[in-house]
Design a protein around this ligand. Structure first.
Ligand code: HXC
Length: 514
């Protein structure tokens, strides 16, 4: 064959391989509002940066007529590229090829690109759109999943792992995303479940749609399995691009600094907390009033909204923000918000991102439901995550810091490097009402006017304890600062913590209260 003929042969083979499951299957995909796999990669990566590998990998299954079936690229596109200049490894399952189902060679392509990401020390992005284990390949498909899960676990805390659910993600397929750091979903397109509606109908006799079972809203608002929700694939890609700019390539690096920006003018940080101590406010206003460009990139926005977590920048440096949200359940810690905070803290600690904590909570949520749901075990995750973290830890107590909530929210006692408190801070064992009712119980009960005595005792207790000065007198906080001084204090604390190094006792690994 001449070079010309060889090139012609190559172009023909390549054309067939990149056409995936064929025009009809692509049209079906597009009619569902879904982009084909290579289009997705194209829209997500910087222009002309994608390099594809293993295009000609073929499956090795001979059963159920598979020996006559050619599956283009074995149903998954893998390669490397850049997002906003940051290198990434990426794979995208191609639903047009055997429903993006995962056979052994499909899995091997994924594990190969995962191994690359680990060796190169760059983030891994997986676009999932698959009917799950390729039924015809039997146990080899299951083996493939196992090999992916194993690598997800090894890569955890070494390189950032991002999962994008852009279609069905059924059966064992959901567990790889669940092992990764961030899961992105898109309205009407993403569906995640262990057992589908058919199985549920057979086993439990219940009828439920895929959307109700594991659609994008369910996964972002109810289960908390997904971290980011978008209305369209394009919006989802924009979110991923933004996330990549906040996080480092791997655990040996810091996130690339940005040019420092200032909070939006006109945000008056002094007027955000209402004068009435029980009145709620949106803690995101405080975060926006202190961070660069007032740009707060929230993670798991729609789940466990009583705590707010996300990324921001201070003088150009990425920080992880954790803040109680007085707007929802007065900002209490409960089962879900503890899980949300603990996981985010561990991500930031693994990837050298300083933690900034804003505190305003009455404590852990009381009640039978929470106790029975394991608030002790889940709540302990927050204590564990903050204590374990060795990145710079800076805490600002805004208002209430009562009881276990005070300790849990990155107090000095859990290793905070700097603890600041606003003059509005109330640091006490519990709220004045509860405290007065307990310690002055007899006096109130025997009074002629119990209500008047209770009010007086609440006032007395508030006067004495509900302020930052006893904590300051004991050195539990480092400085009482005004709201307007907060940004400067935070930036200074981050700057002088740049060389912070703290070690923990040597061990194989700890046993967090999972
Ligand atoms: C082989 C599959 C497949 C699979 C889909 N296809 N899933 N092929 N193995 N798991 C093929 C279909 O045969 C079809 O091929 C093409 O993909 C498109 O599928 P459709 O059913 O036409 O698409 P749609 O109507 O959109 O339905 C999508 C779906 C459905 C909801 C995902 O296909 C489905 O329920 N699939 C099975 C899901 C599942 O139970 N997977 C196994 C999970 S068990 P043709 O040739 O007709 O185009 C599992 C265990 C792993 O994953 C455990 C690891 C720990």
């Amino acid at each position: 064959m001449s070079l010309r003929q060889k090139l012609h042969d190559f172009f023909t083979r390549r054309e067939v391989a990149i056409t995936g499951g064929g025009q009809k299957a692509i049209e079906k995909q597009v009619a569902l509002g879904k982009l084909p796999a290579r289009e997705r990669i194209k829209f997500l990566l910087d222009p002309d940066t994608f390099h594809e590998y293993d295009l000609f990998v073929e499956h090795r299954c001979h059963d159920f007529g598979m020996d006559k079936k050619q599956l283009a690229a074995d149903g998954v596109v893998t390669g490397t590229g850049k997002i906003s200049g940051h290198p990434v490894c990426i794979f995208a399952q191609d639903f047009t090829v055997a429903g993006g189902s995962l056979g052994l060679m499909h899995a091997r392509k994924i594990t190969k690109i995962m191994d690359h990401a680990m060796k190169l020390g760059i983030p891994l992005i997986g676009i999932n759109d698959s009917g799950g284990a390729r039924i015809q390949e039997g146990v080899n498909s299951l083996a493939g999943y196992g090999e992916i899960f194993f690598r997800n676990t090894l890569a955890s805390g070494v390189i950032p792992q991002i999962s994008v659910i852009l279609g069905p993600c059924a059966g064992g397929a959901v567990y790889s995303p669940a092992l990764t750091d961030f899961v992105f979903v898109v309205d009407k397109i993403s569906k995640m479940f262990i057992t589908g509606p058919e199985v549920i109908k057979t086993v439990l006799g219940e009828e439920i749609s895929m959307e109700e079972l594991g659609g994008a809203r369910v996964q972002t608002e109810i289960s908390g399995n997904a971290h980011f929700y978008a209305e369209s694939e394009q919006e989802c890609f924009d979110q991923i691009k933004k996330l990549v700019t906040f996080i480092p390539w791997n655990n040996r690096k810091k996130a690339d600094p940005f040019p420092a920006g200032s909070p939006r003018p006109g945000l008056d940080i002094e007027t955000i907390i209402p004068p009435e101590p029980t009145k709620p406010y949106d803690v995101r206003s405080i975060i926006r009033a202190v961070c660069d460009d007032s740009d707060f990139f929230e993670v798991q926005k729609y789940w466990a909204a009583n705590i707010v977590v996300g990324f921001a920048r201070l003088a150009g440096e990425t920080v992880g923000v954790i803040a109680n949200q007085p707007l929802v359940l007065a900002g209490v810690l409960d089962v879900d918000s503890s899980d949300k905070a603990a996981r985010f803290i561990r991500f930031c600690d693994a990837f050298n991102i300083p933690l900034v904590t804003f505190v305003d909570l009455p404590g852990y949520l009381p009640g039978v439901d929470q106790e029975h749901a394991g608030v002790i075990r889940h709540g302990a995750k927050v204590l564990y995550a903050y204590s374990e973290a060795t990145v710079p830890k800076i805490t600002v107590i805004l208002r209430k810091a009562y009881g276990g909530g005070y300790i849990a929210m990155c107090s000095r006692h859990l290793g905070a490097d700097f603890v600041f408190a606003w003059p509005t801070a109330e640091i006490a064992v519990m709220g004045p009402e509860g405290a007065a009712n307990i310690i002055f119980k007899a006096e109130i009960a025997s009074a002629e006017d119990p209500d008047a005595v209770r009010r007086a005792k609440v006032e007395e207790y508030t006067e004495k304890f509900a302020n930052p000065y006893i904590a300051a007198a004991n050195g539990h906080i480092d400085a009482v600062i005004t709201p307007r001084e907060t940004r400067d204090c935070l930036i200074h604390a981050i700057e002088i913590s740049a060389a912070k190094h703290e070690s923990r006792p040597s061990k194989k690994h700890g046993i967090p209260p999972f």
